[in-house]
Ligand binder design. Structure first.
Ligand SMILES: Cc1cc2nc3c(=O)[nH]c(=O)nc-3n(C[C@H](O)[C@H](O)[C@H](O)COP(=O)(O)OP(=O)(O)OC[C@H]3O[C@@H](n4cnc5c(N)ncnc54)[C@H](O)[C@@H]3O)c2cc1C
Ligand code: SF4
Length: 472
């Protein structure tokens, strides 16, 4: 009788399908009070806070580090939350090596950065534990209504600011849960979903109304929302996955990163996910190849490891130094057994369902107009990399909003993002604002939060102007 056994092909042992926290210590490294105080105490209070300058929210990092070192956590929290709507989220998922921590003078002098993100996370986790984080109670209610399209970090940050000012806020989202990519994009091992849901509940308690499962453009028109509201914020993010125009790309087993990550996140909520249960979007027992070198690719490879893939390889057409993803994430992935295949690009896919990726080797040529070296093909260096699941993580572009929303949509740029002023976030249509990825292109949570806060302030100014004119 034939017997089938699963052979681990490249990795020494198969990961347990159920993530055990102790396997991935660095992610859950919870800071005890002593560790947070010790790290915070390492801040030299240099007086030239590059960390603060390079934080998109310009958080007052030196002050909350000093207060943490002195054990004055309540005050540290008050300062931290004054500039950041979701500090516990940023503390977990900001690429600190490219922002605050990468510019810490102690890091620059070769002594290792103060772990700013972890201290920020610790301060806010402590605030939640102690009941210091509460729902908003506006001093006075205002009559004006505002619609926010998109419940990602940009939309939610704006909702929070507008609600604090007493404005009536309704957030529309096509998903069944709020949070945007915090909920369905970023994996749970980087950002626990209960933290996102806790923030959504806090906003609901503050009086923000959520209309979920509501796709603006089909379930309600953009024109209707304009007619019913005094101002609108577009915070819809970017969701059109870039594709690979390569032979075999339509084969079963070649999937988009957003579908793969959404399925995994839905599963962690306990939702029924047919495509996961059928194996289509599940890496368990498979040789996985992820194509791309950004943070989404890093999330895919690390999710595949946790799902029990037998091998996980990441193909990227440039080299390590030129990849867009965080170096810290690459190091984490390597530590977990992911193999990076640099200077390699897919030329096509073999098999139906897929059984391999045709890989072409590249070298870096002359710099292009942006100064980045262009990858060039090395003729005759192709080979086939075996794969049972290929995940395309090549980045995202805006959807065609004018096509979906019609003539009233604000002007868009050549890239399809909404054209809006970078400070006021005002678009070409009076009373309509835009923030986050749909304005700046695929970016970061912390930038979406900053945009949302700025847009909310500009919307308040707009409402105040209209009220003043009406009173004349
Ligand atoms: C896999 C992945 C991992 C990432 N990891 C990180 C990370 O570790 N750190 C980091 O800082 N950044 C990360 N990012 C980037 C970050 O998630 C985004 O920059 C950020 O979420 C953008 O926020 P946003 O509010 O503009 O949009 P989104 O978070 O995308 O939210 C937009 C919301 O709008 C809704 N929507 C869209 N169209 C409509 C419509 N027509 N009607 C109703 N609702 C609509 C969507 O359902 C969604 O909920 C990651 C991105 C991805 C894809
Ligand atoms: S918000 Fe991000 S960049 Fe700013 S201090 Fe926190 S972790 Fe650093």
């Amino acid at each position: 009788m034939l017997q089938f056994v699963t052979v681990a092909r490249d990795m020494p042992e198969k990961r347990p399908p159920q993530l055990r926290r102790e396997d991935f210590g660095e992610i859950y490294a919870d800071y005890a009070r002593e560790k947070a105080a010790q790290q915070a105490g390492r801040c030299s209070q240099c007086g030239v806070p590059f960390c603060q300058t390079h934080c998109p929210l310009h958080n007052n990092i030196p002050d909350w580090l000093r207060l943490t070192a002195e054990g004055r956590l309540r005050e540290a929290y008050d300062i931290s939350q004054a500039t950041n709507t979701f500090p516990e989220i940023c503390g977990r998922i900001c690429p600190q090596d490219r922002l605050c921590e990468g510019n810490c003078v102690i890091e620059q002098s070769g002594h290792g950065t103060v772990t700013i993100g972890s201290v920020e996370k610790y301060i806010t986790d402590t605030a939640w534990e102690n009941g210091w984080v509460t729902a908003t109670r506006p001093v006075a209610e205002r009559a004006e209504c505002v619609a926010i399209i998109g419940a990602g970090p940009g939309g939610l940050a704006a909702a929070d600011m507008l609600r604090r000012a007493g404005v009536q806020v309704t957030v529309y989202d096509r998903h069944d849960r709020a949070g945007g990519l915090l909920t369905y994009g970023i994996p749970g091992f980087k950002l626990e979903k209960e933290l996102v849901m806790r923030r959504v509940a806090q906003l609901e308690e503050s009086g923000v109304a959520f209309h979920l499962n509501c796709n603006v453009g089909t379930d309600v028109s953009f024109g209707d929302l304009r007619a019913r509201n005094n101002a609108i914020l577009i915070a819809t993010g970017v969701y059109k996955s870039r594709d690979l125009p390569a032979p075999g790309v339509g084969a079963a087993g070649v999937v988009r990163a957003i579908d793969y990550l959404t399925a995994s996140n839905r599963k962690s909520f306990g939702d029924p996910v047919a495509a996961f249960d059928s194996g289509e979007l599940n890496a368990d027992g498979k040789r996985v190849v992820v194509v791309g070198g950004g943070d989404t690719a890093m999330d895919c490879v690390r999710t595949a490891v946790r799902q029990g893939a037998t091998s996980v390889k990441c193909l990227y057409r440039r080299d390590r130094a030129n990849m867009p993803g965080s170096q810290r994430e690459v190091a984490n992935a390597e530590e977990e057994g992911v193999e990076f295949v640099w200077l390699s690009a897919p030329r096509g896919f073999v098999g139906e369902p897929v059984s391999g990726v045709m890989v072409q080797k590249m070298r870096l040529g002359a710099p292009d107009a942006s100064g980045r070296q262009t990858p060039e093909l090395i003729e005759g260096a192709d080979y086939v990399e075996g794969a049972d699941l290929v995940i395309k993580a090549l980045g995202f572009e805006p959807e065609d909003l004018p096509g979906q929303w019609g003539a009233e949509t604000p002007e868009v740029t050549g890239w399809g993002t909404i054209k809006a002023d970078f400070h006021s976030h005002a678009t070409s249509v009076d009373g309509v604002y835009a923030c986050g990825d749909i304005q700046r292109g695929a970016s970061l949570v912390v930038w979406a939060i900053r945009d949302g806060r700025e847009a909310a302030q500009a919307m308040l100014d707009h409402l105040n102007r209209k009220t003043a004119v009406a009173a004349e």
